[in-house]
Design a protein around this ligand. Structure first.
Ligand code: ATP
Length: 327
């Protein structure tokens, strides 16, 4: 305690709504304890290029309602090499930065861990920020709630058309490696089926489901597909289904980048603020190489090594629920 006089904060990987609340939480909490704050622009690339900006209380005024990240974000290949990290370390030392808070997804936290294993004297604290909500050790990641609500609103609109025209819609949502967004939007919208990378051979199951639907003459069907499904994206799956169900009126909709942006939900603002505050408290308690996350509505510290090594699992009950409730 008292050792840290100057910290830096950065956002890395994909942007997500609520990152600004976390930046504000970190900045205002640190200033409260008399700690100087530096914003690093463009994630790890900005650390390597010394793209630093001093943050005062006023620098983070009126940002809670803004999507994206005021610090900008980037993916940095150079940081994946020892030479890039050596330059980044040199810049942090030169600027007198004692600790770093990283807001990002599992890639960003992996980078933080590797950096901390090489350079022991600058502690890093992670904050989970990704719309995928796929980070082990936390029930919640910043941006997921807003993205989920965006998807739900879009799917509800598409449902109107699907109903009016008796159509079968395949709607593709983000989630290259994880199906949380697809699964929970499916539950929220009453999707007839959900296809996610964690569950195999789903096209076969889907076809037998559709056969029953065909007999029942159900008026519309919504199938949510996570973009990373092993059987391909929504277009690929629609093609496979079309081959067997020529009479079906099939359409595909890719939601794309609208899922990333937008005004953060109240939950993303509250939790982003809480995690920003918790990250500074953790540094004050001499913590390092940990992520601050939520488990059962409590803030917890989870070591980077666990966050990176372990995979967050889909709840199989939720998949079963989609099946039962769509009957
Ligand atoms: P999202 O979930 O939105 O994709 P992410 O944080 O997982 O976010 P990545 O592109 O995987 O996004 O990672 C962000 C950055 O973290 C990378 O561009 C790179 O600079 C750094 N990073 C990722 N993996 C490593 C690694 N193995 N070693 C060093 N740095 C890494």
């Amino acid at each position: 305690m008292g050792r840290i006089k100057s910290i830096a904060v950065l956002t890395s990987g994909g942007d997500s709504p609520g990152m600004n609340a976390a930046i504000r939480g970190v900045t205002r909490s640190a200033l409260y304890y008399g700690i100087e704050v530096t914003g690093i622009r463009r994630g790890y690339q900005g650390m390597i290029e010394k793209d630093f900006v001093r943050l005062e209380a006023g620098s983070v005024s009126n940002i809670l309602a803004r999507g994206g990240t005021i610090l900008k974000t980037a993916r940095s290949k150079e940081f994946m090499e020892p030479e890039g990290r050596r330059r980044a370390y040199g810049n942090l030392k030169e600027s007198g930065i004692d600790a770093v808070v990283v807001i990002g997804g599992d890639g960003s936290l992996t980078g933080a861990r590797i950096f901390c294993d090489e350079y022991f004297d600058i502690p890093f604290i992670g904050i989970p920020g990704t719309i995928d909500n796929d980070i082990y050790g936390t029930d919640y990641s910043i941006g997921y709630d807003t993205a989920l609500n965006t998807v739900v609103e879009a799917v509800d609109k598409i449902r109107d058309t699907a109903d009016s025209h008796n159509r079968l819609f395949f709607i593709e949502v983000m989630g290259r490696d994880a199906g949380f967004l697809a699964l929970e939007s499916g539950i929220a919208c009453g999707a007839e089926a959900v296809m996610i990378p964690e569950v195999k051979h789903q096209v076969k199951n889907l076809k037998s489901y559709l056969e029953k639907e065909f007999k029942r003459k159900k008026s519309s069907n919504i199938i949510i597909v996570a973009e990373g499904d092993e059987e391909g994206g929504a277009f690929d799956i629609a093609d496979k289904v079309k081959a067997d169900f020529e009479n079906f009126n099939i359409r595909v909709s890719i939601l794309g980048y609208i899922q990333r942006g937008g005004t953060p939900s109240a939950l993303d603002r509250v939790n982003g603020s809480a995690l920003g505050y918790a990250a500074v408290e953790a540094l004050m308690d001499d913590q390092k190489s940990v992520m601050v996350g939520f488990r059962n509505d409590e803030i917890e510290l989870i070591p980077f090594r666990k966050v990176i090594r372990l995979k967050k699992k889909i709840d199989p009950n939720e998949m079963k629920m989609v099946e039962i409730l769509s009957a």
